[in-house]
Design a protein around this ligand. Structure first.
Ligand code: GLU
Length: 283
């Protein structure tokens, strides 16, 4: 009787899931274990950036490229999902914790710095990369060479980022900080002279500066204003997933895929990435 009940409940939830899929066009669940007892995995939803060349970029043809995309694809494969079973969802900086906590995405692989404030809401696997905060200015600008020079300048960064937070709390509290939803909007502002500088991770800035359409327009100041260890965000308390993602990251480094992706994605931008960091989350 007990067994029957469980079976009936499962059947009901399958029907509900199928109905939801039929109504919504696609299931909102971050990962789908299929209709028959979890034997077949249908898809995994992963949050990435859509506007950061070299890291997470949605190209005009709809394809996704960048180091974070490669990391996400590798980890998904280790979790049992082929590339065609991955649904990439845009995860702007300010929404990453919410997307994870609400179950809209299973993982966030989006230049996502591990820190205690975020760890109050989500868990991380990794770190898998180490960047540093820097600044991007127009190529002919000689007035900004250090963080304090920003104090009376118009500065752009992104809402919910560590970059904006660091400026406000320590690096240049008197800067006229404009917070936009994404870095590509900041870049447009820098080009149009709506702002004087853009600050975030050097990995992101190098990707923008190297884009064909931006060649010669901008320069990195070359500062090392913070440590930004990137982790893969996941639901708080999901130890099992954290362990599996850590194992996948370790394997990616050991089999050479990590370095290959670093070279392919950052090489063209002339960005010298640091070696893969030691995995410390969850231990
Ligand atoms: N890594 C920093 C952060 O997680 C800045 C880049 C970003 O906003 O994604 O906030």
């Amino acid at each position: 009787m007990k067994l029957f009940k469980a079976g009936a409940a499962a059947a009901v939830s399958v029907v509900l899931a199928l109905t939801a899929t039929a109504c919504g066009g696609s299931s909102d669940k971050a990962s789908d274990s299929g209709a028959s007892g979890g034997a077949k995995k249908d898809k995994i939803v992963i949050g990435i950036k859509f506007d950061q060349p070299g890291l997470g970029l949605k190209n005009p043809d709809g394809k996704f490229t960048g180091f974070d995309v490669d990391v996400a694809t590798y980890v998904a494969k280790e979790l049992g999902y082929q590339p065609n079973q991955i649904e990439f969802k845009q995860a702007v900086s300010a929404e990453r914790e919410n997307l994870i906590a609400n179950g809209d995405v299973k993982l966030v692989v989006a230049t996502y710095t591990i820190n205690d404030k975020r760890k109050a809401k989500v868990d991380f696997a990794g770190p898998y990369f180490k960047a540093h905060q820097d600044m991007l200015v127009r190529a002919d600008d000689t007035s900004i060479t250090k963080a304090e020079d920003l104090n009376k300048k118009k500065l752009c960064s992104v809402t919910g980022s560590t970059s904006a937070q660091n400026i406000k709390t320590k690096l240049a509290p008197d800067a006229d900080l404009r917070e936009y939803p994404g870095y590509s909007e900041c870049l447009t502002g820098l080009e149009n002279k709506a702002v004087d500088a853009l600050t975030t991770d050097n990995s992101i800035l190098a990707g923008f500066a190297a884009q064909e359409k931006n060649k010669g327009k901008f320069k990195l100041v070359g500062l090392n204003l913070s440590d930004e260890p990137y982790g893969i965000g996941l639901k708080k308390g999901d130890k099992d997933l954290q362990t599996k993602v850590n194992a996948a990251l370790k394997k990616m480094v050991e089999d050479g895929s990590w370095q290959k992706s670093v070279d392919a994605n950052f090489g063209p931008a002339g960005y010298k990435a640091e070696p893969a960091p030691q995995i410390t989350e969850g231990s």
